[in-house]
Design a protein around this ligand. Structure first.
Ligand code: NAD
Length: 303
């Protein structure tokens, strides 16, 4: 059996087309969605991610604003910038590209972002919402995984799902979203002993560890759905996930490729969260040009 490849680019294209329509509807209400992106330092991977996100914004009509800082920037300068962005009415989403250099306490920076503009979903308030099942901004990567599964008609209800990786940005919110949909979830991490004894039970296996070839075919149950979130650059320059793609493809029923699987979905869900934020702040009705002269008098019922 060869797994069906879950094409994140194709699914993204459909969602992005819907995004364009939502942006057009917002324009009729006098609003252009805006995303501010804060980049600290010169990490080449982060620069690529930021560029991709801004390009995707432009593609659907979201305005983006970029704020670059050198990696020795004082924490207060970054905090001041975020506070200013919190106040700007043309900014509906604020994204701080991670990782941050050590002098910037990531929790302080993320907590400074207004919960109403926290389109990455990393603020304490939004994490709390996720825990209670009352999510405002679902974190983009797990949100993208859920959308991919949904698009393919793969239900998670009652399924045995194993999440490999327990980070705050992928593994933990992924597990919470799956629980919210009534999956039976097991979370594995670097200290898990004998990873294979857990992964082999998974009907759906989500892997986000950042280790090439961590998941080999003998660790995967026949017919499992395998979602590879990992993105790893090999010494020869190739980009691979955490799953032995060629081997696992012969055993799984569905498999995401790297690149072209979860990655494009992550960027797409950032667009969705930014548009949702703009919709929440927009006036309910279409903005009509103010009537002038005789028309204004007639509209006011005078004369
Ligand atoms: P992280 O380093 O913060 O967390 C990695 C997690 O994996 C940790 O919980 C760790 O305990 C666990 N882990 C490490 N080694 C393990 C092992 N041998 N067995 C089991 N668990 C192990 O990383 P992250 O930010 O969560 O990202 C994980 C991977 O996903 C990276 O490759 C990253 O580039 C990728 N990523 C992809 C997207 C996307 O859009 N596709 C988005 C975010 C992250």
């Amino acid at each position: 059996m060869a797994a069906k490849i879950l094409d994140g680019k194709q699914v993204s294209a459909g969602i992005r087309a819907a995004c364009k329509q939502r942006v057009a509807d917002l324009a009729a209400r006098g609003v252009v969605p805006g995303l501010a992106v804060v980049l600290v330092g010169a990490d080449p991977a982060s620069a690529v991610y930021v560029r991709n996100k801004m390009r995707a914004c432009a593609d659907v009509g979201i305005r983006s604003f970029r704020f670059d800082f050198t990696d020795d920037v004082a924490a207060d300068r970054v905090i001041d910038t975020i506070e200013e962005l919190n106040r700007r009415p043309d900014v509906h989403g604020i994204l701080v590209q991670l990782p941050l250099p050590p002098q910037l306490a990531v929790t302080r920076v993320l907590r400074t972002i207004s919960a109403d503009k926290d389109v990455d979903g990393f603020h304490l308030y939004n994490v709390g919402g996720l825990v209670l099942g009352d999510t405002v901004f679902p974190p983009c990567t797990p949100y993208g995984v859920m959308k991919l599964l949904e698009h393919e008609g793969i239900s998670v209800e009652g399924k045995n799902v194993v999440v490999v990786g327990a980070s705050n940005i992928v593994g933990k919110p992924m597990a919470l979203m799956l629980m919210q949909r009534d999956a039976t979830v097991c979370i594995c991490h670097a200290k898990t002993r004998d990873l294979a004894q857990f992964t082999i039970l998974a009907e759906i296996l989500v892997v986000a560890a950042g280790i090439p070839n961590l998941i080999l075919p003998q660790m995967v149950r026949t017919g499992a759905v395998v979602i590879d979130v990992g993105i790893n650059r090999l010494p020869d320059g190739r980009l691979v996930g955490d799953v032995d793609f060629a081997g696992v493809r012969e055993k799984a029923s569905y498999l995401t490729p790297v690149p072209g699987g979860v990655g494009p979905m992550t960027v797409t869900m950032l667009l969705v969260n930014t548009i949702s934020s703009a919709e929440r702040s927009a006036p309910a009705h279409a903005v009509v040009a103010p009537a002038r002269g005789a028309a204004a008098i007639a509209a006011a019922g005078i004369g």
